[in-house]
Design a protein around this ligand. Structure first.
Ligand code: NOJ
Ligand code: CA
Length: 573
């Protein structure tokens, strides 16, 4: 299993600063859980700085940091109190600047998370609004409204909440009487901003500049399809016309992202290093999704369609084809995402009877076969690494970490759990502090003698540790390293489906052939030199729930057992 050397052309492409974002491997760091540098049990920027070697050796091109700002952490930092300060538990602004520089020196770019839909209820703007009377200018930056009903006791709308429960909270007047209501599409600690207000637009443009001035290469835009609301605040119609839903995917959003793109482009033009926007755009309609990726809007957006599909050849084939089609229409690179800090870890999800992901379907005590799940997650990694575009991976994915499903209830932290009335386990299970060493009180997450990690790690966590994985040539970490190194060679190679049986997926990119086996039987391998394989082979056969990446001796040589589809059915990007 020798790795092929990079060709000069591919290498040159991969190095082109103008193109890095079109085929990057981006690693998501959830700072609270990555590594604790100062021993208080909470991950921090010093912890990340101490492990940059690890990330460099993994072969990533960029880190996306989930919010690292001053915040009461009512929603893990997605409740920002100051967009220009670092949370004191994580470090200081100069630590962040240092980290951005040190990462850049290793060829790793920094993407930060901007949360524009809502702010923390402790942000000075909201505190000012609460202190001001109904109808005051300070309240205009939010959605304050009188209630309906005789005494204003009914919420202004019945809009559903993204975390379950109500989307409005009633304020209390200085004399103790009930006051106006304010809108929050997430927790009450996250009041929604009014994006029709010029202060809001100006403030976020200034925040973008603040971070671009500090060397960040990209902005991940939180809840990007939610910002704009219909100012009339109507109830949600049965079947809203595209762009007309009262609080989702409204047409006016595009102007906001055009203005953000102009700022990113202005910085890119200064030194030729591309600054990029990546959107968190959860939309069922993939055509509407692609509108955010037009050439004067975001550069990329997370591909949640791919991430949420079940482990099934035809489902994934359809998702890949649709993804390639809509991205080709707008000239944007697709992204391939298997996990993030909000969803069930793939090893667990793919080991269940229901392998699709949906927030609404998360429940405690769902049976899982972790051995099966790990095999599938490794195969999925081969898929994600070899499809054209950007690959996102979430810390711990490269270790094959499972979801931790037995965190004691009194240690859970996620508002999604609490607001569901305790039925939804929430997202803490994918946020458990990383195991760095096989032994030790916190498996190397904190220095010796430190406080307990902020979320407890399960017994046996050290078996998944980076230390162990580094010693095992067949570990998931070894597979990811191989994939990330080899995928540089793929850069812009065109994609072409290969005809194969219904329960397999096969495609070609230049001299690369990828074959994924979803069936219950082993299948013969096509010809070619193996670059990476997700499970141990049985002779020259690919076992069930496995994937292989091969390089053909000749670019045009037909592959045994599989043949190219007619061009009309293939997508070339
Ligand atoms: C999406 C983030 O990924 C998630 O963690 C957060 O709770 C919501 N947006 C609200 O900001
Ligand atoms: Ca710490």
């Amino acid at each position: 299993m020798t790795l092929r050397l990079q060709t000069p052309t591919a290498d040159a492409r991969a190095q082109d600063p103008a193109l890095w974002w079109r085929h990057a491997a981006v690693y998501e760091v959830y700072p609270r859980s990555f590594a604790d540098g100062n021993g208080d049990g909470i991950g921090d920027l010093a912890g990340v700085r101490a492990h940059l070697d690890y990330l460099q050796q993994l072969g990533i091109d960029a880190i996306w940091f989930t919010p690292w700002y001053a915040s009461p952490l009512a929603d893990g930092g997605y409740d920002v109190a100051d967009y220009r300060e670092i949370h004191p538990s994580f470090g200081t602004l100069s630590d962040a600047e240092e980290l951005i520089r040190e990462a850049a020196a290793r060829g790793i770019r920094t993407i930060i998370d901007i949360v524009p839909n809502h702010i923390s209820s402790l942000h000075p703007w909201f505190q000012e609004a609460l202190a001001a009377p109904a109808g005051s200018a300070a309240r205009e930056r939010f959605w304050f409204r009188p209630g309906k009903g005789e005494n204003g006791e009914e919420m202004p709308t019945r809009w559903p909440n993204n975390f379950a429960g109500d989307s409005w909270t009633r304020t209390v007047n200085p004399d103790g009487t009930p006051g106006e209501w304010y809108l929050h599409l997430f927790a009450p600690e996250q009041p929604d901003l009014n994006w029709n207000h010029p202060d809001v637009r100006a403030e976020f443009e200034s925040v973008l500049r603040f971070w671009f001035d500090r060397g960040v290469a990209g902005i991940r835009i939180d809840s990007a399809a939610l910002l704009v609301k219909d100012p009339q605040l109507p109830e949600i119609p049965q079947d809203p016309a595209p762009g007309q839903h009262p609080n989702l995917d409204r047409d006016e959003l595009h102007d906001i992202y055009r203005s953000w793109r102009r700022i990113a482009d202005e910085y890119s033009a200064r030194d030729g290093q591309q600054r990029i926007l990546v959107g968190e755009v959860w939309l069922a309609d993939i055509q509407r999704f692609a509108m955010f990726l037009r050439s004067d809007e975001m550069h990329t957006a997370f591909n949640f369609d791919f991430m949420t599909r079940p482990w099934d050849a035809s489902e994934l084939r359809a998702s890949i084809q649709e993804t390639l089609d809509v991205h080709a229409q707008v000239g944007a690179p697709p992204t391939w995402v298997l996990s993030n800090h909000d969803v069930t870890r793939p090893v667990t999800r793919l080991g269940r009877a229901d392998t699709a992901f949906a927030f609404q379907r998360k429940r405690f005590d769902t049976p899982v076969d972790l051995e099966l799940g790990s095999r599938r997650a490794r195969a999925a990694a081969v898929l994600a690494a070899t499809l054209p575009g950007v690959m996102y991976l979430y810390q711990g994915e490269e270790l094959g970490l499972p979801e931790v499903e037995d965190i004691p209830l009194d240690r859970l932290d996620d508002p999604m759990h609490f607001r569901s009335g305790g039925t939804d386990p929430g997202r803490d299970g994918c946020r458990v502090p990383l195991p760095w060493t096989a032994e030790g009180a916190s498996f190397g997450f904190s220095p010796a003698g430190a406080s307990e990690p902020w979320l407890p790690q399960p017994e046996g966590w050290g078996g998944y540790s980076i230390e162990r994985a580094q010693q095992d040539p067949e570990s998931t970490l070894a597979l990811y390293r191989r994939l990330l190194a080899a995928r540089r060679e793929l850069a812009d190679e065109p994609f072409e489906w290969l005809a194969s049986s219904a329960d397999t997926i096969a495609y070609r990119r230049g001299r690369t052939t990828v074959l994924v086996n979803f069936s219950a039987e082993s299948i013969p391998l096509p010809e070619g030199e193996i670059v990476a394989v997700s499970s141990r082979l049985a002779g020259r056969c690919l076992p069930p729930d496995a994937a292989v990446w091969l390089t053909a001796p000749e670019a045009t040589a037909p592959q045994a057992g599989i043949s190219p589809l007619p061009t009309s059915l293939s997508t070339k990007l």
